[in-house]
Design a protein around this ligand. Structure first.
Ligand code: GAL
Length: 993
């Protein structure tokens, strides 16, 4: 087919489309929506290039009998056409803007719909809410237009092309266009008609566009609601009515000249915590438009952001439209599920990264209470990845080209004009990661001019590239990504700060992540000029490929589709799995952004309301418990009269028993009232304060007769025979290789010294160092072993060297193993590290225990996996679990399931086999059916093969998690850098006789 190549011509962005307008729904005289959805099963044919498409494709009579069928909305890659490709920040084709490959796949869509005679009297608008990348449209054989901007709405006036009865719509969608250069967002690159297609039938003259703005008096006692109307064919009378949320009418009148200001006395103001909204109805003779109105004001004063006069903190996430089955074509229920999960996890803000979401999305944010950053469909990230490119060098290369000036402005306008009436939007974003340019400055100025009721943001303005001198005067916030806390401090250390600071992305949640959230939160709360931050990102992106033989879901990521160019599993960086099962990272985030915080203040507990609008005492029931050794021994309800936003409140400390033990006070916050997404009694978060940390190693119960241990020794082994056990110690490994107790073997592989972990995604940088230092294959090389008989035990000491092939000694180790007559083993390890060697991922001992030992009881941080810098979702408690359950099944396998700060661990078969490990000084541990080598070696969780044994790692420390896959290294305090390590614990096998 020969077509005018609009798809390679940035001077032609849209042909035959209506000017942009606000998105709204209209209702006809009978109260029905005046909208005919064309979604459904359409005829479809995939062509690998336009030249294969028959010339007559757009004709009404074109025979599409041989076409296949496809659902609209949808992405064709999810229906077996073309190829999936996951790319973060690369262009998938040659960088020759505005040209795209000649082999530019096309999706040819056709559908037939009926129109009744009545509707032919009306104006008819054909709308596409989202098509990737660009499309040509024919109606009843006539070409009616072309459009692009994948996540924008394109509206065509089709009134004169419609016919009574059958109408034939043909749409040819191109995979790539010049617009794709501006859509280089980090996502699976999918194609097709992925959002609603519908026709709106409207009266001959009608409200075409309108803008509702709210303004508040200084004392917030009066609100002005400004309404500006634009008509298709000149002024009309419009009856407006304003309803409150309860449905009572507040005022009503006729707007005669297209403009009206309504004054509301004592308005109920909107905020994310109390999303109160009004409904404005605009009625003309034949039509009614309903618009939710949020009365609120967003302002910056002295670099602090205020909503309705109150300083606010953003606790946000970046959200993509992404689903493992339907790709971009997420529906209402999908979005509601996301919003519900977010509310349940205390999230109060969303950045629509990196494009406008479905047009009905901002309204849901207003309704349910989320601050929204609406972002233009604009990212030219690939320009930073050309040959010799870099953010600091070539970032702006694409958008600084004048041929794209119009497109840049068009994209920003499309976003702002469509979404302008939604109160949830507190900030416009000019786009993402495209460098900076004159065109973006122009767009920013246009936004300021068009809508002065919100803030403007654009992170990439920090990069000055090419010959362009950046002017950031139209931007209201200083927005950054992935700054470390030191970097944030630098911003505030420079003296006078003009703009609020915001992290539009941080806490890269890839795999086992994010670490260090609590430290960020403390920083954010300590500085009012920090507006807050958005975690990158909400969900893992992947493609669901059915179930594997072992019943696990198969999720494919970059490279799994044999794409030559891809960014691997960088798309698995969300707080939820693709099917929205929360990661432990989401649980962590939830408690880091809990609504109340508690801390010790002298002999009392100080509670602080971290919310910006709600009285915490009215919102939550507060329950205080005393935990002894992780178990609740007492609890009481705390009744507070009031705790206004940011206020503190002192409560007396509960009495802590004198006896030895580990004591905590746990304060939990439960929702008092049920909300749309929150059930009464749901826990919003908790604090746990340590009162006494005096773990007592339990004495071993032994009822049999204890005789002295018989000792034998040869060159390699030491053999110990007690009344109920046979242990074999391997002098070469400096550890036991057999532990035979009460007729059962527990080990048959020597206990290993372990300084390795299956790298997490966040270890991607540091692992290079670790690997170069030989950590994955480090083994202990025993040098001298001494066996001594003491009064009550046999003491074996070994000096050894920890080393790996082709590298020097990693550490010197002296270990002492005291075996008591009852079989208990006290282990003491002293390690002196070779200081040239890098930090350790972990240090501890690895046991390969004979199955079955599936049940686990522990006292430490649970119930979720916990690490030194990721344990806010967990608390010090006593938990029962199983080895299977303790595995966190990341799609790309990696280190998981560790438990921080533990004093006690027991594995048992709940019959006659058990192993207990205890230490006064808390340790980390992990139990798993998968070895670290298995986890590190497999690309997908469904490929994992369980080992023949239960692997138990008992670690002096496990290194922090951090967010270094796209963020700073973990803070030094979470790294294992100490040159000297002393580690002691006790092993009891068999337990009570
Ligand atoms: C940012 C970008 C995001 C995402 C993230 C890494 O630079 O804005 O879209 O790519 O990095 O996952």
């Amino acid at each position: 087919m020969l077509l005018t190549k609009y798809y390679e011509d940035p001077s032609v962005l849209h042909v035959g489309t209506m000017p942009d307008r606000a998105y709204y729904e209209c209702y006809g005289e009978n109260g029905q929506k005046d909208c005919m959805m064309l979604n459904g099963i359409w005829k479809f044919q995939y062509y690998s290039e336009v030249y294969e498409v028959p010339d007559s494709f757009g004709d009404k009579a074109f025979d599409d009998g041989s076409f296949n069928e496809i659902p609209v909305p949808g992405c064709w890659q999810n229906h077996g056409y073309g190829q999936h490709q996951y790319l973060c920040n690369f262009y998938p084709y040659s960088y020759i803007p505005p040209y795209v490959p000649h082999e530019n796949p096309c999706g040819a869509y056709r559908t037939v719909f009926q129109v009744e005679a009545d509707n032919l009297e009306k104006k008819a608008y054909l709308n596409f809410d989202g098509v990737d990348s660009c499309f040509y449209v024919w109606l009843n054989g006539t070409f009616i237009g072309y459009s692009q901007v994948a996540h924008g709405t394109s509206e065509f006036d089709v009134s004169r092309y419609l016919q009574k009865g059958n109408n034939q719509l043909a749409v040819l969608v191109f995979q790539w266009s010049d617009g794709s250069y501006l859509e280089c967002q980090d996502k699976f690159r999918m194609s097709g008609i992925f959002r609603d297609v519908y026709i709106q039938f409207r009266p001959q003259n009608h409200i075409r566009d309108f803008f509702v703005k709210t303004e508040l008096s200084e004392d917030y006692k009066k609100a002005k609601i400004d309404i500006e109307l634009e008509f298709l064919k000149g002024l009309m009378d419009v009856q407006y009515s304003l309803y409150n949320q309860e449905g009572d009418i507040l005022c009503s009148a006729v707007i005669e000249r297209g403009q009206e200001t309504i004054t509301v006395n004592n308005p109920v103001l909107w905020n994310a915590e109390q999303p109160y909204s009004y409904i404005l109805c605009l009625e003309t003779e034949a039509e009614e438009i309903r618009q939710r109105v949020a009365v609120r004001e967003i302002k910056v004063k002295n670099a602090v952001v205020y909503l309705n006069g109150a300083p606010i903190k953003i606790k946000g996430v970046n959200r993509h439209d992404s689903d493992p089955i339907v790709g971009y074509a997420v529906d209402y229920d999908h979005v509601i599920r996301d919003l519900k999960l977010m509310k349940e996890h205390n999230i109060n803000a969303i950045r629509a990264s990196h494009y406008p979401n479905a047009p009905w999305f901002p309204d849901l944010c207003t309704k349910y209470g989320f601050y929204l950053i609406a972002e233009a469909d604009l990212e030219a990230h690939g320009a930073a990845n050309i040959y010799e490119g870099a953010c600091s060098k070539t970032f702006g290369d694409l958008i600084q080209r004048e041929i794209f000036d119009e497109a840049v402005l068009d994209r920003v306008k499309k976003c702002v004009i469509r979404d302008k009436n939604h109160g949830s939007i507190i900030m416009w974003s000019l786009g993402n990661e495209s460098g900076f340019s004159k065109s973006l400055e122009t767009a920013g100025r246009w936004v300021r001019e068009y809508d002065n009721s919100r803030l403007v943001h654009y992170e990439s303005s920090i990069w000055e590239t090419g010959n362009h001198k950046n002017d950031v005067s139209m931007l209201d916030v200083y927005s950054k990504m992935y700054d470390s806390i030191e970097k944030i401090d630098e911003y505030f250390a420079q003296g006078e700060v003009e703009k609020p600071y915001m992290l539009c992305e941080y806490a890269h949640s890839m795999g086992n992540s994010p670490g260090g959230l609590e430290d960020y939160a403390n920083k954010f709360y300590s500085e009012p000029r920090i507006l807050g931050a958005f975690v990158w990102e909400w969900c893992d992106h992947a493609v669901y490929m059915g179930k594997a033989d072992n019943g696990k879901k198969k999720y494919y990521y970059g490279g799994d589709f044999k794409e030559k160019l891809h960014n691997d599993n960088f798309c698995l960086d969300g707080l939820v799995y693709p099917d929205r099962t929360p990661h432990t990272g989401l649980k962590e985030y939830k408690n880091v952004i809990r609504p109340i915080r508690a801390r010790m203040e002298g002999q009392s507990i100080l509670l602080e309301n971290m919310l910006d609008f709600l009285d915490a005492a009215e919102t939550f029931d507060i329950v205080c418990e005393v935990l002894k050794n992780g178990e609740s021994i007492r609890s009481k309800n705390i009744v507070l009269e009031s705790m206004k936003p940011h206020e503190t409140c002192e409560i007396p400390l509960m009495e802590i028993p004198q006896e030895q033990g580990v004591y905590h006070v746990k304060i939990s916050y439960y929702y008092r009232n049920a909300g749309e997404f929150i059930a009464q009694g749901d826990c919003a978060g908790f604090d746990e304060l340590c009162m006494k940390d005096d773990y007592q190693i339990a004495e071993r119960q032994y009822k049999g007769n204890l005789s002295d241990i018989a000792v034998a020794e040869d060159e390699k082994y030491v053999y110990l025979k007690g009344s109920n056990f046979n242990y074999v110690y391997n002098k070469h490994t400096g550890s036991f290789s057999n532990l035979y107790y009460n007729g059962q073997e527990y080990l048959n592989t020597p206990i290993l010294y372990n300084i390795w972990r299956a790298p997490t995604d966040n270890d991607c940088q540091v692992k290079k160092k670790w690997e170069a230092a030989g950590y994955p294959s480090a083994l202990n090389h025993g040098l001298h072993t001494n066996v001594a008989r003491e009064k009550e035990c046999i003491t074996i000491t070994t000096s050894s060297l920890l080393a790996a092939p082709h590298v020097q000694t990693i550490a010197e180790i002296n270990s002492t193993w005291e075996v008591e007559k009852n079989g208990r083993i006290k282990v003491k390890i002293e390690l002196q590290k070779n200081e040239i060697m890098p930090d350790f991922p972990r240090f501890g001992l690895r046991f390969f225990l004979q199955k079955p030992l599936e049940y686990v009881t522990y006292q430490g941080y649970g119930p979720y996996e916990s690490y030194s810098d990721k344990h806010q979702a967990s608390y010090y408690g006593r938990f029962d679990s199983t080895v299977e359950h303790m595995h966190e099944d990341y799609i790309k396998p990696q280190e998981n399931g560790s438990h921080f700060h533990s004093n006690y661990l027991m594995l048992s078969d709940r019959k006659n086999k058990k192993v207990e490990i205890q230490s006064q000084r808390p340790f980390s541990f992990q139990t798993s059916y998968y070895t670290q080598e298995e986890l590190a070696g497999k690309k997908h969780n469904y490929e994992l093969e369980p080992a023949a044994q239960v692997i138990v790692c008992v670690d002096y420390k496990m290194g922090g998690i951090g967010t270094n896959s796209c963020g700073p290294e973990p803070d030094l305090i979470y790294q294992i850098t100490e040159p000297k390590i002393e580690f002691e614990f006790v092993i009891d096998i068999g337990g009570e006789e």
